[in-house]
Design a protein around this ligand. Sequence first.
Ligand SMILES: [Zn+2]
Length: 55
Amino acid sequence: MKVKKCPVCKSKNITTYMGAQFGKYLCKKCGYVGALILEEDDKRNKKRKQEVLSM
Ligand SMILES: [Zn+2]
């Protein structure tokens, strides 16, 4: 599962803008609207945390 993040404020509070019919996203935190969005793999983040804990 991928997590969408705002490229401006790195918030995960992202929603589709106008029902995604324009292919844009809206950040509820800073008000950013645009097609550019950061996507991070949620699984990779969890794995990285586990590796840190095991050390
Ligand atoms: Zn934002």
